[in-house]
Design a protein around this ligand. Structure first.
Ligand code: KIV
Ligand code: ZN
Length: 388
């Protein structure tokens, strides 16, 4: 059985930053890039240099700072974009250019108002032009998710022949089902000459909530790079969440795939990105949401207290949290109250637990959650003879 390394390409600072209302300054971007490097990301997409002087500066500064990861800059298939991106990347230890063009019928007809043949010509011209200036070129076939596989294969083959080292197959509009996306990647593996000499990348958007599932389907189909963002941040419904694909690979495919990510840094990285962007992570978000390791109903709390794995498939310490959380609510039972009381220094007898629980449940009906300090106030009213 082969054990394939999956490169993690993080685009939090480019695609992820395209969230309405979110603007990171250059200093914030450099700090996030340094954290991504520590996390073990293989390629950091630092920005779209021609889009603004700020983005140019961010790519330039990140290029100077980052030593082990590749630093990538985006461009369209236009010479002045490519020149600008390469200029911004010039001090990078491992520079990568990300260039490409739309390949779906919709993009060709309504965005470029051109023909399929002309799209191939433009793709080839861009990659050839860039190849004289930079070695590592990732070609993106925008809206590949909705493109016909036969045409997509022709574009990808031409881009590889022109010098692309990585080919990115974006599901730009989040349209594909996992089975379709997997077949698309497999189709390219089986039908594109030269594909064995390059890496295939997934780049999935979350419009139907399938970005993570599609990225995993993509690596099963033969891709070796996943493009993603911290917290799944990004335009519209966002991009594939880095923490989700990394933990799926770790938990469900340990014999097939691996990544270089230090999963213990996921929680901190999520918090850094959320705070810098001013974008809250939803509380039920997988892996990094506030409630991802929180238990509030009596049956689950009792189960988790007896044995964590009854209701958790990930040890919270594996992703950088101290512990699971027992949250006291009106759904909590005696086991959770006794557990919390013990954590606060009160070992309760059966009698004292009964007394505490009666007061607790009245409070719990009034409030969404019974905090530690409220439980402490209750515990202070319990006669001391009934406490061990
Ligand atoms: O979603 C997309 O197609 C993109 C490309 C520019 C890579 O972000
Ligand atoms: Zn995208």
């Amino acid at each position: 059985m082969s054990h394939t390394k999956i490169d993690i390409f993080d685009t939090t600072l480019r695609d992820g930053e395209q969230v309405p209302g979110c603007k990171l300054n250059v200093e914030e971007k450099v700090i996030i890039a340094q954290q991504l490097e520590k996390l073990g990301v293989n390629i950091i997409e630092a920005g779209f240099p021609i889009s603004s002087p700020g983005d140019f500066k961010a790519v330039k500064e990140i290029s100077k700072t980052i030593k082990t990861a590749s630093v990538c800059g985006l461009s369209r298939s236009i010479q002045k974009d490519i020149d600008c991106a390469i200029d911004a990347l010039k001090q990078a230890a491992r520079p990568r250019l990300h260039t490409g063009i739309g390949v779906s019928d919709t993009h060709i007809k309504y965005k470029f108002k051109t023909t399929h043949e002309k799209i191939i010509e433009r793709a080839v011209a861009a990659v050839k032009y860039a190849k004289n200036k930079i070695e590592d070129i990732e070609f993106y076939a925008e809206d590949a998710g909705r493109a016909k596989n036969e045409f997509l294969a022709k574009v990808i083959e031409a881009a590889i022949k022109a010098g692309a080292t990585v080919v990115n197959i974006p599901d730009t509009t989040g349209y594909c089902l996992p089975s379709e996306y997997q077949e698309k990647i497999k189709y390219l593996v089986d039908n594109v000459r030269g594909i064995e000499n390059v890496k295939i990348a997934t780049h999935c958007h979350n419009d139907l909530g399938l970005a993570t599932a599609n990225s995993i389907a993509g690596i099963i189909g033969g891709a070796q790079q996943i493009e993603c963002t911290i917290n799944g941040t990004g335009e519209r419904a966002g991009n594939t969440a880095l923490e989700e694909v990394v933990m799926i690979i770790k938990k469900r495919f340990p014999n097939n795939f691996y990544t270089d990510i230090n999963t213990k840094l996921l929680a901190n990285t999520s918090e850094l990105v959320s705070n810098s962007m001013g974008v809250y992570v939803q509380s039920n978000k997988a892996i990094v949401g506030e409630n991802a390791f929180g238990h509030s109903s009596g049956i689950h709390q009792d189960g988790v207290i007896k044995h964590r794995e009854n209701y958790e498939i990930i040890d919270p310490r594996e992703v950088g949290y101290d512990n699971s959380k027992i949250i006291l609510t009106a759904r909590s039972g005696r086991a959770a109250v006794a557990y919390k009381a013990k954590a606060l220094g009160y070992e309760l007898t059966k009698k004292s637990l009964d007394l505490t629980y009666q007061s607790f449940i009245n409070e719990a009906d009034k409030y969404k959650e019974v905090s530690d300090s409220r439980l402490l106030s209750i515990l202070k009213t319990i006669p001391s003879y009934s406490i061990v």
